[in-house]
Design a protein around this ligand. Sequence first.
Ligand code: UDP
Length: 323
Amino acid sequence: MRVLVTGGAGYVGSVVSALLLAEGHEVIVVDDLSTGHADAVPPGAVFHQMSVAALDPVLGDWDVDAVMHFAAKSLVGESVQEPAMYWRNNVVGTVALLDSMRAHGVPRIVFSSTAAVYGQAEQQPIEESAPTRPTNPYGATKLAVDMALTNYAQAYGMTAVSLRYFNVAGAYETADGLRFGERHAVETHLIPNALASAAGEGEAMSLFGTDYPTPDGTCVRDYIHVVDLAAAHVSALAAGEPGEHHILNLGSGSGSSVREVLSAVAAVTQRDVPVVEAPRRAGDPAVLVASHEQATRILGWRPQRDLEAMVSDAWQFFLASRA
Ligand code: UDP
């Protein structure tokens, strides 16, 4: 297939692009590099530095079979401060993309959604039928697009798949030894912060909250390897029928506490991980674990890589990016 990947210079978009190429697909990446990195676009992909908003005049010429849409603003804290930017980029921009797809006859979209649409879920593991009550504008904008996709698929006969990610971690190494991983200018995620702390970069890492109602008092999350996640995207290209919108959670189905992640980081790096215990971070639910039964049913997908593999691959990427 010929696939347009928006946001293909970002973390998940770059890994998915590399995997698509490895599996013989043609890839066109569009990214405005507002948060992505030009050198994260895998060789073999055609790259256009442009925003999603500028796509309409050119989309018809590219004759793509599907769009994988990753381009988005994705910082929870920033979304609370600047919701207008999130609604404009993530929702207005995506509706314009969908209208361009309709105008140019592009029949299929795979959308990068998030577990943040569920907010503080009452039941674990979280199924796709759980109530959607996002607790921040980032989650709200992703939910808005999920809803638009249901309507567009039904009314205009598109085939749509929304993939709701839980906590993505790890990195991908191609057969040629190229590595694609997580490199955010503002890093808020646990595993990269713990690796930086183990490497002695900056201050000791803050552990946010030790008084949660969990076995060791720290938050429990469902970590999923970016390569497993990317494999689900490739499968999603062949899933569903015109008029259908599938919404699928992508998680491992089991949880790890912050302390368990820190132990894995210490074991993999063979270093101390300097940590300061800090108050809870606003908006963090105690436990988030996915049910991925739907993804297994619709995509035949099962995650294959465990927490140690995620931390180990993230560490190799971290070391390579500092070399
Ligand atoms: N966390 C932490 N210190 C950090 C970053 C994260 O203690 O520097 C905790 C955070 O409070 C949450 C878990 O690690 O309980 C996962 O956070 P992350 O930001 O990686 O993902 P989220 O679950 O918020 O999407």
